[in-house]
Design a protein around this ligand. Structure first.
Ligand code: 6R9
Length: 647
């Protein structure tokens, strides 16, 4: 794709949008020249119980690392997402819920949201949950998930949402890591017409979580489940006993709001910790400007609340802005490949935000399922989670948006809390495949392997050289790991783990992870996690996992497995290993391909040379590079000759 293929901002967009090109330049300049003045002003977009007098207090120096924003301010996030809208919006729809079953939908007004959140908050209080306690949420995409998160925010409890697709083991690890004693789950989830046994999974997880005292269960499908006496209670029973008002707890700006676990290149998933004030200011501001959100717009983000995109752009950003946000329980291809577009017509969606993997999967179905819908309400399209290939971008633009809607390709991470690099639709010309330019206050830098900052058109490791209010504050329970992971590779800078190219126009093109993290359908997966699941199988001696290009998922999971001596490599065992990984981590971690490896390429000091394994998986045998430093170069020939056909 030529760097100069431009989709310029349309004249009507420049006129109606919050920000046009001139304003972007002026605001961006101010935001990086004088961040304290800029954010001091922007911080006023949320309501403070006690206004802040300090704005930015940050050091990226690893000897004195600290990140504080609005540090002496006091606020409550749930009051900002609900109560302050009530005078004007009590009867406006806050959440449109669209069920997996197309005949099921609900509209929840801001008043109803208030009442439901207060009841759930009161139930939690009655069960002993206090400010600062961690609460784990393992729910499907139903309104109760939003109530649960906001109820935590209301009473100052710290939520940790665990994606409903994770296994009992993954759930248990996350409960143990933050020692949460309160779990909110549902009888079952529903996706594509099939039940997801959430309560049964939770029961299995809790076998190793003796500290969990209470499980609050939401009745959703009505499926049969076990209720443990003395531990498990139904939400509807408990909610009937408490009032529908609950005073919001005054919280310091730097009090934790939530923990969200995410995969890194090594070790167990990290508990990314976000705090209250800066996070909310950043989520709400980015939601308004990036999606050019105006009063009355119907906004739909298709993510799951189990991921950061669901936190910032289904819940906190939109609700802080008094928006109508759509929450979808189902999947793009159920009952058929037209579902997304039908939902858009049904609810007159104006702004639609999804992931490249969904676009590519739907693109494969052709234009017919799209063209039988009108999509006339659509004004803006968004993309998130992984690089969007220009072909998918152009299809999204031409077929879904009928050539009429700008596309915001938003680059960000769980760690960043909100969008950092993106076009603003009224200000920045788009190029298919580029996340374009930084948001206000964001200073990207590309550095080489030695940490030297590279200028002009170039390619390197993407770092951010100064803080923004939505930045994560620590890894829960392990501040040293926070420093080591993000601030040690390139001292004085936040290292994103992504590679990136900058073109002659200063546009950023994310090229993917440069560490051992792979991105499968927009979900982050640490190769180390999949490897440790594989080697936990009694027949496996050793395993190495890498990503490879996959047409729909972006990256697929390619596993090299060495079996223990005397174990037969059979098709059956291959299936067993896939199932084993699904059981230990969850379906998103299923290896797509498993290659039997009599040996793995290792250095003489015993390190697996992943670079070589990656090249073999990518089918780039000619680019294997120097293999002479390997302890046994002949293993490479075997791996190349027996490479799996990735189809
Ligand atoms: C929001 C989210 C973060 C990683 C990130 C990068 C990739 C996300 C992207 C993108 C290219 C985009 N990523 N958005 N790559 N273009 N627009 O996805 O958070 O789950 O933490 O993943 O996803 O590699 O480092 P998270």
């Amino acid at each position: 794709m030529a760097d100069n293929e431009l989709f310029p901002v349309a004249a009507d967009w420049a006129k109606r949008a919050w920000v046009d090109a001139g304003k972007y330049k002026a605001m961006y300049e101010q935001s990086v020249q004088d961040p304290s003045a800029f954010w001091g002003e922007q911080g006023k977009r949320v309501d403070w119980i006690k206004p802040y007098s300090q704005v930015k207090d940050v050091s990226f120096d690893k000897a004195d690392l600290h990140i504080r924003w609005f540090a002496d301010g006091v606020l409550n996030v749930s009051a900002n997402c609900i109560d302050r809208h009530l005078p004007k919006r009590a009867s406006q729809t806050a959440i449109i819920w669209e069920g997996d079953d197309p005949s099921k939908a609900e509209s929840i007004t801001y008043q109803q949201l208030h009442d439901e959140v207060c009841r759930m908050a009161n139930v939690m209080k009655a069960k002993g949950v206090k400010k600062g306690d961690r609460v784990t949420i393992y729910l499907p995409m139903i309104p109760a998930a939003a109530y649960a998160m906001l109820a935590c925010a209301r009473i100052g409890a710290v939520h940790s949402v665990v994606f409903g697709g994770f296994s009992p083991d993954s759930l248990a690890n996350r409960i143990q890591d933050c020692d949460s004693q309160f779990l909110i789950t549902a009888d079952e989830g529903l996706r594509g017409g099939r039940g997801v046994p959430l309560k049964a999974n939770a029961d299995a997880a809790l076998k190793t979580c003796p500290n969990v005292k209470t499980v609050l269960v939401v009745k959703h499908t009505g499926g049969r489940i076990e209720m443990a006496a003395g531990r498990d209670v139904w939400l509807h029973d408990e909610a009937a006993k408490v009032p529908a008002t609950c005073a919001p707890e005054p919280m310091n700006a730097e009090d934790p709001l939530f923990i969200l676990y995410t995969s890194g290149s090594t070790g167990k998933p990290k508990g990314v910790l976000h705090t209250s004030g800066g996070y909310l200011v950043f989520a709400s501001m980015t939601h308004q400007y990036v999606f050019d959100y105006h009063d009355g717009d119907i906004y739909w983000c298709t993510a799951d609340v189990g991921w950061v995109t669901g936190h910032s752009y289904i819940l906190y950003g939109p609700l802080a802005n008094g928006a109508t946000t759509l929450m979808f329980e189902g999947v793009p291809n159920y009952p058929d490949a037209s579902r997304f577009w039908q939902v858009i017509d049904k609810h007159k969606v104006n702004i639609f935000y999804t992931a490249p993997t969904a676009i590519r999967a739907l693109m494969r179905e052709g234009e017919a399922p799209v063209k039988k819908t009108s999509r006339a309400s659509l004004r803006l399209l968004g993309s998130v989670g992984e690089p969007i290939n220009p072909e998918a971008w152009l299809w999204y633009h031409r077929v879904i948006g009928d050539g009429r809607c700008p596309i915001v390709d938003t680059w960000w991470q769980t760690e960043t809390g909100g969008i950092l690099i993106t076009p603003l639709p009224g200000a920045i010309d788009q190029k298919p495949g580029s996340a374009t330019l930084p948001f206000f206050g964001v200073k990207p830098e590309l550095v080489d392997g030695e940490g030297k900052v590279l200028d002009g058109a170039t390619e390197g490791n993407l770092c951010i050289s100064d803080s923004w209010p939505g930045q994560m504050r620590t890894v829960y329970g392990d501040h040293q790991r926070f420093i080591d992971t993000y601030f040690s590779t390139f001292p004085g800078k936040y290292f994103t783990g992504d590679g990136c190219r900058r073109d002659a126009d200063g546009y950023y093109w994310i090229t993917g992870r440069v560490d051992d993290v792979i991105n499968v359908s927009g979900h982050r997966m640490g190769t180390a996690e999949v490897e440790s699941a594989l080697v936990a199988h009694p027949k496996v001696a050793e395993a190495a996992v890498v990503g490879y290009p996959h047409n729909i998922k972006g990256q697929g999971i390619y596993a090299y497995v060495t079996l223990k001596t005397g174990i037969q490599a059979t098709e059956e065992l291959r299936k067993e290993l896939v199932q084993h990984v699904r059981t230990l981590i969850g379906p998103i971690a299923s290896p797509d391909l498993i290659q039997w490896a009599p040996g793995l390429p290792k250095t003489r000091s015993g390190k697996i040379m992943r670079r070589i394994l990656r090249k073999i998986a990518e089918n780039e045998h000619s680019a294997l590079g120097d293999t002479s430093t390997l302890a046994d170069p002949s293993v490479v020939d075997d791996l190349v000759n027996n490479r799996m056909n990735r189809g």
